[in-house]
Design a protein around this ligand. Sequence first.
Ligand code: F6R
Length: 601
Amino acid sequence: MCGIIARVGYTDAVNELMVGLKNLEYRGYDSAGIAVTDGTQIDVCKTHGEIGALRSALKARSLTGAVGIGHTRWSTHGPPTDANAHPHTDDTGRVCVVHNGIINNHEALRTELQAGGHTFTSETDTEVVPNLIAAGLREGRSPEDAFRDAIERLEGSYAIAALIEGSNTVYATRNGSPLVLGLGEETSFLASDVPAFLEFTDRVIYLQDDDVAIVRPEGFELTALDGTPVDRDIRTVEWDANDTSKAGYSHFMRKEIDEQPTSFRQTIEGRTADGTVELESLPPGEFADTREVVFVACGTSLHAAMYGARLFHRRGIRATAIRASEFAHDPVPLDDRSLVIAVTQSGETADTLGSLRVANETDARTLAVTNVVGSTAAREADDAIFIRAGPEIGVAATKTFSSQVGVLALLAERIAVDTDADPGNPAVLETLAQLPEHIQAVVDSPATAQLAERYRHADAYFFVGRGVGYPVACEGALKFKEITYDHAEGFAAGELKHGPLALVTPNTVVIALFTGRNDHLTLHNVEEARSRGASVIGIGPESSTDVQAAVDEYLSVPSVHPELAGILINIHLQLLAYHAANLRNRAIDKPRNLAKSVTVE
Ligand code: F6R
């Protein structure tokens, strides 16, 4: 959802800015641009299209400067044109800004600035920011004061980095959008996310809302918006720069699917000792007062939450998974025995953070289940559990879904024991520990690619499942539609006959999921679709011979505890979507209109 980068040092900044933008491209790829300064004037180069287009545009220019800012855009205000690409300058070119987020009061500010004689060249909300700073400079304020005063006027969410003519300083701040300061030997960075600069430094400070960073080649200052100094910890990021490269793969998505045996092992490592669940800072008994669990999440994370809710039900715990975009504005009643769990890979999704903030205002306890240490969700929730999946760059979430479900399975066991709802199920913990090798078997299976080819010309793909198979069906359909652009829907298997069956024709493919629990019921639903001419691909345990006999095709997974079979089945669905998208030559890592980490509501 837009990526910003700034680089401050003594040598030329262009190369490192371009590396940073390439590493942030998953956050948006509608347009890109950079601006650099040598301490006197500011030079800008920007264009619509992906980073490659910017690289070509730069060949025709000689941009040099040791300090710079850059942006890769996911359009919110105005189409992806050259004029709307960031960086944006004020109408004199003295102030230059990159921004991620949305300025809600931009129209009022634009009207006011236009009345004061400022002219605008783009349709973006961002352009008011450099003009506000420039207005302050014109009134005689220092660059720092002009920056702070301009930020005070903004309403909305933003991470902003600015250059001001005549100095080699980057001024930056955030409110509701992520911003991380990276500290190298002689070079500093600011970026929306750590992978932007991870190959240059792993020492970081996660900025908090209203922090202002003033970064110069010789050092940096951190203050609150009112100028009071603030102290933030410097942390060392555990991720390796190789984790954020394609490592020979043609797509991040495929690499991340293949990484799952390892990433899942990392998720559960040290957490299932001696038949009990160890959750770092959350000792046994910690959840004894919990009476109900409410999950809030979006997209793939919502599907993991729906899966989690079903696991909680199996342990006798009341649980509901609610779309964060709904909960944030229509919350359910909560009390001091409610536990609200925000499930979010990035920890920065605006809808999920909105829900978390609503819950934080009640007596409920809040917990973030996230992949990103230092993320806003991790900081704002009462507690955080990290899924430890490693960086995920492909826009389509894959390995993080498996790891989220893994953590939620652990939590279900722990909360069941803490609340005496259930003695816990050692078979589930045993299966979790064995899952990495079973995941490997699914990842290695060539059968999915063959089916993607065989059924590539269908009109629609319907994914059906029940129990934990239902959220997996929704997830399979989401993955399929987002990267193939074909029509795909996920249904609870029993719901087919209540409406969707009207859409089933001989050119429909039904992908039916069998976890080993209530499969006979799903088979009835499959028969309803087959008798209307649909082809049925079943996915389920290798031991289910009756199911295999009742479908057109069958993809098997190792027979494991039914509550966890969905994790294995989902990996076939990730591969099905991947191969289908590859056959259609889709931009798998950067599907149209989408971006990872959606930081606007
Ligand atoms: C789909 C996908 C999105 C995200 C959603 C929430 O493949 O990645 O649906 O799952 O935007 O993102 P996080 O988990 O970062 O809150």
